[in-house]
Design a protein around this ligand. Structure first.
Ligand SMILES: Nc1nc2c(c(=O)[nH]1)N[C@H]1C(S)=C(S)[C@@H](COP(=O)(O)O)O[C@H]1N2
Ligand SMILES: [Mo]
Length: 457
C-alpha cells in the first residue's frame, strides 16, 4: 500500500481486516486483488496532489448538477413528448417499455416548446464546465487500486461507469447534433434517447447513494467563508472516507474560490455565447458557438433558415403559379391556388419557431387558419391532419398534427411573414405555423393536407 493513512478499511463494506460478510474465498479474492498492484498505479496515485480535491469542492460542483441535470432530463423528455409519439413521429419510434404516458402536446403557451427546447440545449451546454470540474475533482478515484473491495463496491463503481460514460456520451452526441444537425438522422435520436435513459438510471442511483455525503460535505465548510479564503490560507480538507483528499497533497496554487470561479466563469462565458440563439434581438449575434444562430440577411425574411429550398430539393417550377394546395377530407377533395388562399379570411399571429438544434425566433405570420381549411374539406372536428410537403422523401416530408393543433385559432397555413410574402427558403408558397409546435413539424412548401375524421384509423 502506498497510502500512509488508513483508507476505505474504515468503510463498513471495506476490505480486511475482519468483516462479517467477507469470509473464505471471497475475502481471499479481494485481498489478492489488493496485493497484485499493476505497475504504475502507485506512481499515479502519488501524482494527484492538488490540495483542493476533497468532499467540499466535489459537493459544490455536485449540488449545481443536482439542480441543473434534472432540468435537462425533464426538458429532454418533454421535447420527446412534443414530437407527438402517438403519431409515430417522435424518434426513436419504438421505445419498448420505456414508453411514457402520451398526452396531446398543448398549443398554449405558444412559447412552451421554445422554453423546453431552449432550456434543454442551453443548460446542456452551460453545465459542461461544471461536469468537467466535478470529474476533475474525483478523477484519482478512477485509478484506485484495488478497483473495488467488495461486491457492493463493484456495483457502485459500475453505476459510476454508466454515470460518467452516460453524461459524456449525451454531451458529445448533443453537441454534434446542434452543430451538424441531422447528419446522424435516425441514429442520433436513438442514441441520445437511450443514452439518456442509461444516464437517468445511473444518476438516480448516484444521488440516492451520495446525497447524505453531499449534505455533510457542504456543511463542513461555510460557503461564504470559503469564498473569502485566499490561496495562502488554502489547506487540504481532512482525510475523508471516500478518499477524495490527496494522500500527499502539494501546496495550493489556486484557492477554492479560484476553482469555483474558474468553472463559474466558463459557464457564464458559454451562456453568453449560447443564449443568443434562443432570444431575438441583438443578442442573436453573440451566439458564436452555433452555426445556426446566425442571421439570414436583413429584411422581413431575415431570420434563421433550417434547410434552404435548394437543400430540400424543391424546384422553382413546383412553387410557381402552377402550385396547388390539395385538401383531403372524409368525402371530398378541394384544390386551391395561392390567390384562392389569399382570398380567404386572413389571420395574423406572432408565433415562435423553435428548432430541435436549440435556436428559436418569434415572427409575425399571416395566412389562413388551419381550422378554416379543415371546415372547407368538410372535417370541422378532425382527429388529425397529415401535412405533406413538395419534398419527395426525407424526415421533413410530412408531419401529423393533433386536433388541438389544427383547431387553435392561431394555427395557420402561413402565406406571409412580417408583412411580406414568405421567401422561398421560409416555405413559399405556404407553410404551417402552429403555437408551441416543434419547428420540425412546421412544414414548409406544403402540397397537401389530409384531414382525418374521428373514428378513422
Ligand atoms: N418541408 C420542410 N419543412 C420544414 C423543414 C424542411 O426541411 N422541409 N425544416 C423544418 C425545421 S427542422 C424547422 S426548425 C423549421 C425551420 O423553419 P425556417 O427555416 O423557416 O426557419 O422548418 C421546418 N419545416
Ligand atoms: Mo428544426
Amino acid at each position: 500500500m502506498s497510502r500512509s493513512r488508513p483508507g476505505p478499511s474504515t468503510d463498513p463494506t471495506g476490505a480486511p481486516p475482519a468483516n462479517a460478510d467477507d469470509h473464505g474465498a471471497p475475502r481471499r479474492f479481494w485481498r489478492a486483488l489488493d496485493r497484485h498492484r499493476p505497475p504504475g498505479v502507485d506512481t499515479l496515485d502519488r501524482s494527484w496532489r492538488s490540495p483542493l480535491r476533497g468532499p467540499w469542492l466535489t459537493a459544490v460542483y455536485g449540488s449545481v448538477l443536482l439542480v441543473g441535470l434534472p432540468l435537462v432530463i425533464i426538458t429532454g423528455l418533454l421535447d420527446y413528448a412534443a414530437y407527438g409519439p402517438r403519431f409515430g413521429q417522435a424518434f426513436p419510434h419504438d421505445v419498448g417499455w420505456l414508453r411514457l404516458p402520451t398526452f396531446d402536446w398543448p398549443t398554449r403557451p405558444s412559447w412552451l416548446f421554445r422554453v423546453t427546447q431552449g432550456l434543454h440545449v442551453t443548460l446542456g451546454i452551460v453545465l459542461i464546465p461544471v461536469v468537467l470540474g466535478k470529474l476533475w475533482s474525483v478523477i484519482p478515484k478512477l485509478f484506485n487500486w484495488p478497483p473495488a473491495r467488495s461486491l457492493a463496491q463493484v456495483l457502485e463503481r459500475l453505476t459510476l461507469l454508466l454515470l460518467v460514460g452516460g453524461i459524456l456520451f449525451q454531451i458529445a452526441t448533443g453537441l454534434l447534433n446542434i452543430q451538424y444537425a441531422y447528419l446522424f438522422g435516425f441514429d442520433f435520436y436513438t442514441a441520445h434517447y437511450f443514452g439518456g435513459w442509461v444516464f437517468i438510471g445511473a444518476f438516480v442511483a448516484h444521488v440516492v447513494l451520495k446525497l447524505p455525503r453531499l449534505v455533510t460535505a457542504l456543511r463542513s465548510r461555510p460557503f461564504g467563508a470559503e469564498l473569502r479564503t485566499p490561496v495562502a490560507a488554502t489547506h487540504p480538507e481532512p482525510p475523508d472516507p471516500d478518499d477524495l483528499v490527496a494522500a500527499r497533497p502539494g501546496p495550493a496554487t489556486v484557492s477554492r474560490r479560484g476553482a469555483v470561479g474558474l468553472v463559474g466563469g466558463a459557464t457564464l462565458l458559454l451562456a453568453a455565447l449560447t443564449v443568443g440563439q434562443t432570444l431575438d434581438g441583438p443578442l442573436r449575434h453573440t451566439a458564436l458557438l452555433l452555426p445556426r444562430g446566425r442571421d439570414n440577411g436583413p429584411g422581413p425574411n431575415g431570420f434563421p433558415v433550417n434547410r434552404t429550398v435548394a437543400a430540400a430539393g424543391v424546384r422553382p417550377e413546383e412553387t410557381g403559379s402552377g402550385w396547388r394546395l390539395t385538401l383531403r377530407g372524409a368525402d371530398r377533395t378541394v384544390t386551391l391556388d395561392r390567390p384562392g388562399l389569399l382570398a380567404m379570411a386572413q389571420h395574423t399571429a406572432a408565433l415562435p419557431i423553435a428548432c430541435v438544434e436549440g435556436w428559436s425566433t418569434r415572427q409575425t405570420w399571416t395566412g389562413v387558419r388551419l381550422r378554416d381549411l379543415a371546415a372547407l374539406a368538410g372535417v370541422a372536428d378532425p382527429a388529425s391532419a397529415r401535412v405533406s410537403s413538395l419534398e419527395k422523401a426525407g424526415l421533413f416530408r410530412e408531419a401529423v398534427l393533433a386536433p388541438n393543433q389544427v383547431l387553435d385559432p392561431d394555427s395557420l397555413l402561413a402565406l406571409r411573414v412580417n408583412g411580406v410574402d414568405l421567401s422561398p427558403d421560409h416555405g413559399f408558397p405556404a407553410r404551417v405555423i402552429v403555437p408551441a409546435l416543434p419547428g420540425v413539424h412546421c412544414t414548409k412548401w406544403v402540397a397537401e393536407i389530409d384531414f382525418r375524421v374521428r373514428g378513422d384509423d
